[in-house]
Design a protein around this ligand. Structure first.
Ligand code: SF4
Length: 441
């Protein structure tokens, strides 16, 4: 395979990463090699993000670098849904395709760099090519979204909700588990809506008819015997039904729910899914069933029209909800989003001040909740071992990779990435825990 080297740049969210993995898997299957520099590549593929203006700028910057240093560039991904933005800035790109359009990307690559002969199909690892470490993997259960949040253009970019039938999702999950994956991160734009577009149609899984539905997906994944972590869940009543699975330790006691705000008027302006639910009461009910539940969320401060009183009430809500892991964005308009028409923008310095205050409250809650774990035993999944082999970086049930905290283990001899370890928590700081292997305590 002397020719057919592809440089690949993957930008954006975990969902885009899954798309990149699929394209790379196909490339490997067809005998292409990957290059780790622009200069060493025969062609460069850039998988772009177009979610917010900064992501658009970053994508255009990367395409510019690839054009300058290589000159043969194929663009795909979310920003590809707005081809003129790309071709205006970089008229020389070879081809532009939108998100999840694997066939069109492959076609463009074939046209500009024909596949090498005699592909070595056998070289393809059974789980496909993973950009994430081998022991965890993202499992994408659907594309698109039927909600119309006013600050978001994802439905315009990615289309309406299209769920993958449950049999297909479960077979992929099973393959990943068989290939050594120890943790599956379930992702989509709206995980709780899974299957509603298919009217929860039944599909074959291990010889049984199973509904394509959020609850049956969680139950089926629980049977694989590996960690299962749920992302992008909305607080609809049917989510209550999976909390017992978490309490029984069958899926991780972890929910990533992007609340974005707590004030009913702002949530209505945002057109958030499940905006009329009494989320505080629901969180309390979940925690009474599953006290170890970790809740992660993101919020937006400075949404158009957000008053001082509404922001104060968001802070109070956060203090009452005591969410474990929290991210916060200052509102910034996205080209094409409905919220741009709302007017009444919040001043930049007010946004900044609100962001600072919000993050202070969130940090204090995180610190307190982590301190409560000192002295407890915990099973963690090891991600990395340091060079000297005497400490390890791991994650507990409450830590998703990349976005949450870590568990730093002192005296990690014998541990290796991808192994589970029993540890006792010895100390905590604002976002991370420190631990020792149970044998050593
Ligand atoms: S749920 Fe809202 S924020 Fe999320 S993708 Fe759908 S429209 Fe966008």
């Amino acid at each position: 395979m002397g020719s057919g080297k592809i440089g690949f740049v993957s930008l954006g969210c975990p969902k885009a990463l899954v798309d990149s993995e699929r394209i790379l898997t196909q490339l490997r299957a067809e005998g292409y090699d990957t290059a780790d520099s622009y200069e060493g590549a025969d062609l460069v593929v850039v998988n772009t993000c177009g979610f917010i203006d900064e992501a658009v700028d970053e994508s255009l910057g990367v395409i510019g670098d690839a054009m300058e240093q290589n000159g043969r560039v194929v663009v795909t991904g979310c920003l590809g849904a707005r081809p003129e933005t790309i071709s205006d800035a970089h008229p020389g790109v070879l081809s532009i395709t939108g998100p999840h359009n694997y066939e069109a990307v492959m076609q463009a690559i074939h046209q500009h760099l024909p596949p090498p002969h005699d592909p070595f199909q056998d070289l393809l690892p059974p789980q496909g090519v993973k950009l994430t470490p081998r022991h965890y993997a993202y499992l994408k259960i659907s594309e698109g979204c039927n909600n119309r949040c006013t600050f978001c253009i994802i439905p315009a970019l990615r289309g309406r909700l299209a769920s993958r039938p449950i049999g297909e999702v479960m077979r992929e999950a099973e393959r990943l588990a068989a290939a050594g994956v120890r943790e599956l991160l379930v992702i989509s734009q709206d995980t709780s809506a899974y299957g509603s577009d298919l009217r929860y149609r039944e599909d074959d899984w291990r010889g049984q008819q199973v509904e394509t539905r959020f609850q049956s997906l969680c139950e089926s994944l629980a049977g694989l015997g590996i960690w299962v972590r749920l992302h992008y869940v909305y607080p609809y009543p049917h989510v209550d039904k999976v909390i017992p699975l978490m309490a029984e330790g069958r899926i991780l006691p972890y929910l990533d729910i992007p609340f974005q705000h707590a004030e009913p008027r702002i949530l209505r302006l945002m057109k958030r899914p499940a905006h009329s639910e009494d989320t505080l009461r629901r969180i309390q009910a979940w925690r009474s069933v599953c006290p170890d539940l970790t809740i992660r969320s993101t919020f937006i401060v400075g949404f158009p029209g957000e008053t001082d009183a509404e922001f104060e009430s968001l802070l109070e809500w956060l203090a009452d909800a005591r969410l474990d892991r929290v991210g916060c964005f200052k509102y910034s308009p996205v080209e094409g989003a409905a919220a741009n028409a709302l007017g009444d923008p919040v001043e930049e310095d007010v946004k900044e001040d609100r962001w600072q205050r919000f993050m202070q409250v969130a940090a204090l809650i995180s610190e307190e909740r982590l301190a409560d774990k000192i002295g407890r035993r915990m099973t963690v999944l090891v991600d990395e071992i340091d060079k000297d082999g005497d400490s390890a970086i791991a994650r507990g049930p409450g830590d998703a990779p990349e976005i949450d905290g870590r568990v730093i283990i002192q005296g990690g001899a014998g541990l290796h990435p991808g192994s589970f370890a029993d540890v006792r928590i010895t100390a905590a700081d604002t976002y991370d825990l420190h631990a020792a292997p149970v044998e050593a305590t």
